[in-house]
Design a protein around this ligand. Structure first.
Ligand code: SF4
Length: 230
């Protein structure tokens, strides 16, 4: 039942969480990983109760028909909770397109969503080269899960963007991750800047410094269909 969804917060309007769309964003509580750069460590505690009820989200959406393109389920790790599926179904029944942010920690739930054509767009984080996943996330299975999620995503006909937040090294490291993605068939890639936040309590730095123009040139030369740098 969607009523059991732990929702940490609801952003009523975003122009950036689903490129090209006006969307609301539900931040779902809990994540099995603990990335050193996580911008809000309070949201990764799976035991924390939700702060917003699904009923309130549904009421909000029913008043936004015609004003929003869609709803993004983000996190935390949005695919952690089984209640995501019925919540997504209700969102679609209310007439909204559905976007999903995930880092791929629960590939089978991503597969269920995509097999049932419940999601219109996926923003999948690929965070690191496989060898660096454990040091970033603290999870020994994170690299395997993320690669599986990527494979599932690319085997479905759904709009997507694979995104990386540059957390170590410089543009050379972003190019290495991008090339790994390209080798697996990724066509849409975005590089994001790590933004230091007071609530990113695990981050010890240093924060990579890099030039947007150089990133665009280096990533653009790799052969993706589309590259974004933010
Ligand atoms: S996957 Fe996302 S929500 Fe989970 S710890 Fe990493 S940055 Fe935070």
């Amino acid at each position: 039942m969607p009523d059991s969804l732990q929702i940490a917060g609801l952003q009523r309007l975003s122009t950036v969480d689903w490129p090209g769309k006006l969307a609301a964003v539900a931040f779902l509580q809990g994540c099995p990983w603990a990335c050193t750069y996580c911008h809000n460590t309070a949201i990764i505690d799976c035991a924390m109760p939700g702060m917003v009820s699904w009923d309130d989200v549904r009421t909000f959406l029913s008043r936004r028909r015609g004003l929003l393109d869609g709803m993004v389920f983000s996190g935390g790790e949005a695919t952690r909770q089984p209640a995501l599926l019925p919540a997504v179904r209700q969102t679609r029944e209310l007439g909204f397109a559905v976007g999903l942010h995930t880092a791929g920690a629960f590939p089978n739930r991503l597969r269920e969503l995509l097999d049932q054509e419940l999601v219109d767009w996926v923003g999948l984080d690929i965070k690191a080269t496989p060898v660096d996943y454990q040091s970033l996330t603290g999870s020994p299975v994170a690299a395997e899960k993320a690669e599986k999620a990527l494979e599932i995503l690319l085997s479905h006909d759904v709009d997507y963007e694979v995104r990386m937040t540059l957390w170590k090294g410089g543009i050379d490291y972003a190019v290495a991750v991008a090339q790994w993605c390209l080798d697996r068939g990724v066509k849409q890639f975005a590089l994001q800047r790590l933004v230091e936040s007071p609530s990113a309590s695990l981050w010890k730095g240093p924060t990579p410094q890099w030039e947007k123009d150089e990133a665009l040139v280096r990533l653009g030369a790799l052969g993706f269909d589309h590259v974004a740098v933010r």
